[in-house]
Design a protein around this ligand. Structure first.
Ligand SMILES: [Zn+2]
Ligand SMILES: [Zn+2]
Ligand SMILES: [Zn+2]
Length: 312
């Protein structure tokens, strides 16, 4: 499967030829194929060849081999592909904490699980695996959770919705280039000012937007969720509008076509009548010219009617 995922590798500093060569050889040594490596502000952007290569690049094993604080930045799009959404989950399951569900999953599947997030009011549990392949496998096979058999029909891929967010101040609704808060060094990981996320040494997470104990870009952020819902609703609205437009177009065209057909039918009927008339005229035998006294219509007159007829 071809990958369109870009993976950002932050290397605490500007790209240099030595750093790039190091990255090349490390990837070569771990049989990670890639299409391109591009220099970026704090490191490199790698375009892996396949999603398996992307998985390898983001595996904890490879991350360990890269120097400390050289974490690949996982694009949200990739994260969505690693996440499965289970619907119609029994309330018995959602009565457990995210951590408990995660432990149960690991015990049951004997697989690594990155994150569990539940939405009990909607009967939804989201599970993020460390790679796309595992997520795909579970989507196809289903799973067992607290003795509940979850079938593949209940499982969907996480939808990825791009929201407009400033990567400088992390507020929603504008992009970095339009940010009015220049020189504000905010950390999206710990919520502190004075450093960026690439230099964060804090072990605690704090959201810059809601103050919650999660990363600013976390899918668990209620403000982020609201933004995503807004975008999705707009998308939905646009889709409905498009469908309505198409439908009215179809109705209009059908009406036009019907009118055309009706006209044609009318025309055909007229023409047929005309032809019939002509044909009748042409096929009618010439009226025999009879002497005046014999010019009575030739009718077989029944004896009963004879009188009536004579009387006329
Ligand atoms: Zn901004
Ligand atoms: Zn920080
Ligand atoms: Zn938040």
């Amino acid at each position: 499967m071809a990958s369109t995922t870009k993976i950002k590798i932050n290397l605490e500093g500007i790209p240099t030829l030595t750093r790039k060569q190091e990255l090349y050889s490390l990837m070569f040594g771990n049989v990670i194929h890639f299409v391109r490596i591009v220099d970026s502000r704090n490191g490199y952007i790698v375009l892996p060849k396949t999603s398996q290569d992307a998985d390898k690049l983001m595996s904890p094993d490879f991350r360990r081999k890269l120097k400390t604080r050289c974490e690949p930045q996982m694009p949200l799009e990739t994260k969505a592909k690693m996440t499965i959404v289970i619907k119609k989950v029994d309330s018995y399951i959602t009565s457990h904490s995210n951590e408990e569900i995660k432990e149960e999953l690991v015990r049951q599947l004997k697989l690594q699980v990155d994150e569990v997030y539940k939405m009990p009011q909607h009967g939804i549990v989201k599970i993020r695996f460390p790679d796309i392949q595992t997520a795909n496998k579970i989507k196809e096979q289903g799973l067992i959770l607290y003795n509940y058999s979850i079938n593949p029909a209940q499982i969907e891929e996480e939808r990825f919705t791009r929201v407009i967010q400033c990567m400088n101040c992390y507020e929603y609704g504008h992009v970095k280039g339009k940010c009015t808060k220049k020189n504000s060094e905010k950390c999206s990981e710990c919520g502190q000012t004075g450093h960026r996320f690439t230099a964060c040494k804090s072990t605690t997470k704090k959201c810059l937007n809601c103050g919650g104990d999660h990363r600013t870009l976390s899918g668990a952020c209620p403000i982020r969720r609201k933004e995503i819902t807004k975008v999705e609703e707009k998308k939905q609205e646009k889709q409905v509008q498009k469908e309505n437009r198409l439908l009215s177009e179809v109705v209009k065209n059908t009406a036009k076509a019907t009118a055309k057909v009706e006209k044609t039918i009318e025309k055909t009927a007229k023409a047929t009548a005309e032809i019939t008339k002509t044909a009748i005229k042409e096929t009618q035998p010439p009226i025999m010219q009879l002497p005046n006294n014999l010019a009575a219509p030739v009718l077989s007159v029944e004896s009963d009617d004879k009188e009536k007829y004579d009387g006329q």
